[in-house]
Design a binder for this molecule. Sequence first.
Ligand code: NDP
Length: 378
Amino acid sequence: MNKLSRRDFNTKIAKSAGATALMSISPLACAIAAKKDKRKLGIALVGLGSYSTYQLAPALMDAEHCYLAGIVTGTPEKEKIWAGKYGIPKENIYNYDNFDDIAQNSAIDIVYVVLPNSMHADFSIRAAKAGKHVICEKPMAISVEECDAIIQACKENGVKLGVGYRLHSEPYTQEVKRIVREKTFGKINYISADAGYRSMSYPAQWRLNKELSGGGALMNMGVYSIQSVIYGTGENPISVSALEFSTRPDYFKETDETITAQFEFESGAIGNIMTSHNISTNRLFASCERGWYELDPASTYIPLAGRTSQGELNFPQESQQKLQMDDFAKHILFDQPNKAPGEMGKRDMIIVEAIYESISKGGKKIPLNFTSGYGFGG
Ligand code: NDP
């Protein structure tokens, strides 16, 4: 521990996000063994914040088709901690300035962008130009224009692009898709999806900073609600109208606090979403001709739960992130379907922009014209 006492050392690393989690999870040997497995693709995580630390890195320890090969961080103290914990060699560690050198590193197959939203486009495009496959966290970017730029960069450089929509690999969500596909309960008449939490005591966080987040609850949790009403009906909406509610303007100075939006679908189904940084909720419910189905919670990464008018759903629980990253690796390795392609992230951003437009026009109905190419995910 060099010249630092253990207490000093612990205090220092506790200051960086995720340090405590790193001290308690699975052993270095696991990562080293994984590296030797030639069938596994090397992933570099960009941005070592909460999600990378507590979810993605642990999930990569168990993944079958990919492993944690590298990191990209702007916080030098994290380099040493992560290198020690996961056995990441020096040559696979980058910062935001030398990131483009990753092009020369054959150990990295996939770059996973886990940064604040406004940085997604820049790093996804740089990763594509470096010849790396890209997973970009949700929301894919902060505008449709940025989504287009990411998609184009990936196409031009011949790399695959996935959005971090982990639920497309999650069993309860798969069951919802099956119910929709097979019309188990007949025509869907109404779908509602809420996703929110109460943000209390951290006004300086990037999620409340418009420049870094691109927006508030809608950008952060609202994309889950949008996703839910789409895979929960199997249709893209044909219109949306929305309203914004602000009850704590002193806390939510720059970004939206609570938004509700109503969707129309070609089939006649009606959709309703609520998303909030002020209200805790996480639910998907659909009322159909001959019954109903519900997930509650519907989009957390603690285990989901659900039931239908026929009874409880019960599926095995596995890390959603492990399933998601393995699915993306299988898309690259074995040409299996891309469960959350860039076009899906772009579609959701079209809807996000339409919602903001509707709010700015006092709840006016905004038509949505999706043609082909906006897949629902496998
Ligand atoms: P955190 O705030 O915990 O971490 C963000 C990290 O980004 C920081 O730790 C830092 O890493 C890096 N960073 C670079 N520049 C900045 C900056 N100006 N301000 C703040 N951080 C910066 O965020 P999360 O990990 O919770 O979220 C990251 C992304 O992942 C978001 O887009 C979010 O929407 C998405 N997400 C997705 C989830 C899902 O379920 N799919 C769940 C949670 C988040 P470093 O110190 O290494 O440079």
